[in-house]
Design a protein around this ligand. Structure first.
Ligand code: DX5
Ligand code: ZN
Length: 221
């Protein structure tokens, strides 16, 4: 049976109370904390860096899943590893040498992954499958929370699920953008096992109820 993971994205949390927000969402059942890093260069928005990751680390009892939407990536990878990241993913467009960046993440003791935008082709995957612990598929264009799920992403999820199964490797398949209780089961049926959700959790008054509703949908898959 697939082990499903729910990864609340802090992008929609109250940044003035971030420690409390992550403690609350973990108490509500989060499996990972998804940490969105934006640089106003690779994506048209600016968020937080390693200092904030380090600041929340003592409040977080689950893995921190750092999603780098930055270009270039290599300079900042060691800083996030030292700041307590457990997983680090980046977009292939953010690195001149994808294999080297993946190895850099692994050399720093973190799980490594690649992120693909809705229109980014998957061809580099076949060359680096042995260096991947996670593949993250964007179901919105990166840069903002609260956008609508792009339906054609589901085909890509199915395609990557087939590639992972054929590899025989234990690689997480995470989907990010526009996930909510109303569509999470469909995304799981396409083959995802890890679900990022920002606005669908942090906009709700009761985080426990929001996560429980998602798990109830996943139980039907
Ligand atoms: C978008 C980020 C997402 C975002 C998801 O660039 O990578 O993690 O926070 O937000 P929702 O769940 O609101 O679409
Ligand atoms: Zn993200």
């Amino acid at each position: 049976m697939t082990q499903y993971r729910i990864a609340p994205s802090i992008l929609s949390a109250d940044f003035a109370r971030l420690g409390e927000e992550v403690r609350n969402v973990i108490a509500a059942g989060a499996d990972l904390i998804h940490f969105d890093v934006m640089d106003n260069h690779y994506v048209p928005n600016l968020t937080v860096g390693p200092l904030v990751c380090q600041a929340i680390r003592p409040h977080v009892s689950v893995p921190i899943d750092v999603h780098l939407m930055v270009k270039p990536v290599d300079r900042i990878i060691p800083d996030f590893a030292k700041a307590g990241a457990d997983i680090i993913t980046f977009h292939p467009e953010g690195s001149e040498h994808i294999d080297r960046s993946l190895q850099l993440i692994r050399d720093h003791g973190c799980k490594a992954g690649l992120v693909f935008n809705p229109a980014t082709p998957l061809h580099c995957l076949e060359h680096v499958m042995d260096k991947l612990d996670i593949i993250l598929l964007m179901s919105v264009n990166p840069g903002f929370g609260g956008q609508a799920f792009i339906p054609h992403t589901l085909e890509k999820v199915k395609q990557v699920r087939r590639m992972i199964d054929a590899s025989g490797r234990d690689i997480m398949l995470e989907v990010d953008g526009g996930i909510k209780a109303a569509n999470i089961a469909e995304v799981a049926r396409a083959g995802a096992d890890t679900f990022v959700a920002g606005s669908a959790i942090f906009s709700q008054p009761d985080y426990h109820a929001a996560i429980a509703q998602m798990r109830a949908e996943l139980a039907k898959v």
